[in-house]
Design a protein around this ligand. Structure first.
Ligand code: SF4
Length: 71
């Protein structure tokens, strides 16, 4: 299955459930962006692009991805 994309027009967060190891680092590190009890559960407006980019880099499995959309 391809990674799902969550965009706010400025940035896009991608998530691949088949790769995720459920370490929950993203939930703890970005609670405003990643909330398993919300739909959609990833909200790109929940933190600054720089904060999101830094947390995506800490995802141990590579399930999370980050793109800055072209202007
Ligand atoms: S940090 Fe990465 S591996 Fe851990 S729950 Fe989030 S997406 Fe999955």
């Amino acid at each position: 299955m391809a990674a799902k994309q969550h965009t706010n027009g400025t940035i896009t967060i991608t998530y691949d459930a088949e790769v995720c190891t459920h370490a929950a680092r993203c939930v703890k590190g970005l609670p405003g962006v990643v909330d398993a009890n919300r739909k959609p559960w990833i909200d790109p407006d929940g933190a600054t692009p720089s904060e999101i980019e830094a947390q995506v880099a800490r995802c141990p499995s590579g399930a999370l991805g980050f793109l800055r959309n072209a202007d």
